[in-house]
Design a protein around this ligand. Structure first.
Ligand code: ADP
Length: 729
């Protein structure tokens, strides 16, 4: 019983009871027995929805009550806000909760005043690199979804960050929360932690596969669906669940598919809603529209009105919350979500459908099956404790063979063991430099000692491998002037410090430095976009058929603009170099004010991809500007200009105007066309002209004038000048 909890602050048991938590779930009780409220480190490998968050809360509150400070590491930025919102419930008892995301370089000093801090692993890594003063005050660190140490891209950061935090704070309590994995013992060994390894769930789960007319469950049970002519399997399942008074969570493999599925499944749901539900949903839709007036917001609201919604990391967190609440209340009957957020959707439902079990993988250049672990996490969302007899999670098969394959692959199979990905060179390049630069090691042996604290070292039997890769990477870092080596001793150069603080892959920095040094004339925007695009920090666009010829020609036409030597067509790096040129050309189109839709068509990408590349280019170019300054190269202004152009998607002449808050690329262009070319012009312009250029939107015009520092910004009674389509404000 929660009132018998020891080690926790005295308000906590009452608080839990008010939240409807009377008894600890068995794995939670095991965690308490293992000492999680007394400062013991713990690895909890427990199925989804079995109450891991409460284990973390018990540990954090107990640690804070003993005078400490807790850090909760989330895997995704989108989840940080959600966790903060959960922990804010403790504020009424005097705890303060802060979230740290955003810029890598911000110093995070205000966080020193918080009792509980929520941050992504990248953010924590960066705070450690920048020596945030409160890091030493931590007494408890929670690592959520710690099985992601297995992720090749982000795992090493989490691994190294935990190792650094433990090195800096001996006695630090680490609470690592994991999905059920094949080898939780190794995590416990690595972290010197107690282990709670449980398959207990608050409600039974039956997994199965849908094929043809029937659902086949793992316990042998079969269930006829009666799929109608022309009806998609997912729609049939949603209908069947609805007839039984339940709701369905559908996992698909991309944001776009999530949106399309919600739209389509709403057709199934709409006619089955009661008047009361319709009214409630109309309210939710109105709240969604209030959050923002973007296209996504409108798409979401119109699906919600009809009883369905989508959920992915591209949504505003307010949107996600509204969707989750409405789904929990059972007003929404279907939510289609992407796997990245499977962990974040704390919304049990009668049935879960894993519609897509393959996902596009950029690095592999094609579709890849999801891991057993991921699929089990999604399945784990099925079943509402206390409401359903059991939860049902279904995969969809298109053939009899696929039916068998899905049973073999996902239903009869245990989740994979996790494996450290640290020994890969790109990961080590970044982390070894950072480890030396931030003072965690100052010699080769010190580095190896540090690395000995990682999961990799705990896990590998191949002695010498890490040492070999380390030596290769050290050579690279010394040759490129990021580290000074003096016998055994290692020290970061000033360039090395800058690179580590900028959070750049050293190889990206080396590429940028070489490129800038190779320029004997002021580099053009295309040249700089290309330079940024060929670094390993940029995911390049792929070459499609016909692209090779097109971009080879472009390379010849604009050879003088491209920095450094042009590789020959027979070199290995040619293909990459050409992909980078295609990416650069796309960025140039964007910075030439080409329409977003036209760009996404031309390059065969989604608006989100364009945004992603633009953000990365902006970040890389601001790093390049810093590096140019650091090295005393004269091209910093040219880099800044290219950076500003890509940031706003504008030609040079709009740079002054587009910097005004509320003036994007389109508004800047329209203002410019009326003769308002600078901020000074805007401060003195005739109001009807400004209003005309801003399409009659009075509120917008007033904001813009306020932002540019004009005292009399009121647009009351002003009529827009020029032939404009007037939109309402
Ligand atoms: P996980 O993080 O393991 O996926 P959560 O921590 O999100 O799962 O918990 C799932 C749900 O179970 C939450 O709504 C939580 O409030 C509820 N819950 C957790 N522990 C208990 C408990 N001991 N008794 C009742 N409900 C609980």
């Amino acid at each position: 019983n929660v009132s018998a909890l020891s080690g926790v602050p005295e308000w906590l048991p009452d608080h839990l009871q008010r939240e409807g938590i009377e008894e600890l779930y068995p794995p939670q009780a095991d965690a308490v027995d293992a000492g999680v409220t007394e400062g013991e480190s713990l690895v909890a490998s427990v199925p989804t929805a079995s109450g891991k968050t409460l284990v973390a809360e018990l540990a954090m509150c107990a640690s804070v009550a003993r005078g400490g400070k807790a850090l909760y590491i989330v895997p995704l930025r989108a989840l940080a806000g959600e966790k903060r919102a959960e922990f804010e419930a403790f504020e009424e008892y005097g705890l303060s909760v802060g979230v740290s995301t955003g810029n890598y370089e911000s110093d995070g000093e205000w966080l020193a005043t918080c009792d509980i801090i929520v941050a992504t692993s990248e953010k924590v890594d960066s705070l450690v690199r920048n020596d945030a003063p409160w890091i030493d005050d931590l007494s408890c660190v929670v690592s959520d979804e710690v099985h992601l140490v297995d992720d090749g891209h982000r795992g090493p950061t989490l691994e190294v960050t935990l190792a650094k935090l433990r090195q800096r704070n001996p006695g630090l309590q680490v609470v690592a929360l994991s999905a059920t994995i094949g080898n939780p013992e190794i995590l416990a060994e690595w972290l010197d932690a107690e282990l709670v390894d449980s398959t207990w769930r608050p409600i039974d789960l039956k997994k199965g596969v849908h094929y043809g007319q029937a659902i086949q469950l793992e316990d042998g049970e079969q269930h006829e669906l009666g799929v109608r002519d022309g009806e998609k399997p997912t729609a049939a399942i949603v209908r069947d669940t609805l007839d039984d008074g339940g709701s369905t969570l559908v996992f698909v493999n991309s944001r776009r598919n999530a949106e399309a599925a919600a739209r389509r499944l709403a057709d199934t749901v709409e006619s089955r809603l009661t008047d009361e539900e319709r009214e409630r949903l109309a309210d939710v839709a109105a709240e969604i529209r209030d959050v923002s007036d973007t296209e996504t917001s409108e798409d979401l609201a119109s699906a919600v009105e009809r009883g369905a919604a989508f959920h992915h990391a591209g949504l505003a967190s307010d949107h996600r919350e509204l969707v989750e609440d409405a789904f929990r209340e059972r007003a929404l009957k279907v939510v289609s979500a992407t796997p990245t957020l499977a962990a974040g959707v704390n919304t049990p439902s009668r049935r879960v459908v894993v519609r897509d079990w393959r996902r596009y993988d950029g690095a592999a250049g094609g579709m890849k099956p999801l891991s057993v672990l991921e699929v089990h996490q999604m399945c784990g969302r099925a079943g509402r404790p206390g409401l359903d007899p059991y939860g049902e999670a279904l995969l969809l098969a298109n053939s009899h063979d696929e039916l068998d394959e899905l049973f073999d692959r996902y239903i009869w199979t245990e989740p994979e063991p996790v494996r450290s990905k640290l020994a890969a060179e790109p990961a080590l390049r970044t982390h070894l430099l950072a480890t030396v630069a931030s003072g965690f090691a100052s010699s080769r042996s010190g580095l190896l000692e540090f690395l000995d604290r990682t999961l990799y070292a705990t896990q590998t039997d191949e002695s010498g491998r890490l040492e070999r890769v380390t030596d290769d990477v050290l050579d690279y870092l010394v040759v490129n002037d990021f580290l000074d080596r003096n016998g055994e001793d290692l020290q970061a150069t000033s360039l090395g410090h800058t690179v580590s603080r900028l959070y750049l892959d050293p190889m990206s920095a080396a590429e940028i430095v070489d490129g800038l040094r190779a320029a004997d004339d002021r580099p053009s925007a295309l040249g700089l976009f290309h330079l940024a695009s060929r670094t390993p920090d940029m995911y390049e666009l792929y070459l499609r058929s016909g692209d090779s010829e097109e971009y080879t020609m472009l390379a010849h036409e604009r050879e003088t603009e491209l920095l450094g030597s042009v590789p020959s067509e027979f070199e290995d790096r040619w293909e990459d170099w050409l992909s980078a040129l295609k990416t650069a050309r796309m960025l140039e189109d964007w910075a030439s004010e080409l329409d977003e839709g036209e760009i996404t068509d031309r390059y065969g990408i989604g608006p989100g991809d364009l945004r992603g590349k633009v953000d990365t280019a902006e970040w890389l170019l601001s790093a390049a500007e810093r590096l140019a300054g650091e090295l005393g190269l004269e091209w910093a202004p040219a880099v800044r200009e290219a950076r500003t152009r890509v940031q706003h998607g504008i030609q040079s002449e709009l740079i002054d105007l587009a910097g005004v808050r509320g003036v994007g690329r389109k508004r800047a262009r329209r203002l410019f066309e009326t003769g308002i070319e600078t901020r000074a012009d805007l401060r003195n312009a005739d109001k009807p002209v400004v209003l005309g250029a801003l399409r009659g939107r009075r509120k917008t015009a007033e904001n813009v004038l306020d932002n540019v520092g004009r005292a009399d910004s009121s647009m009351e009674g002003v009529e827009p000048e020029g032939s404009v389509t007037v939109e309402s404000s």
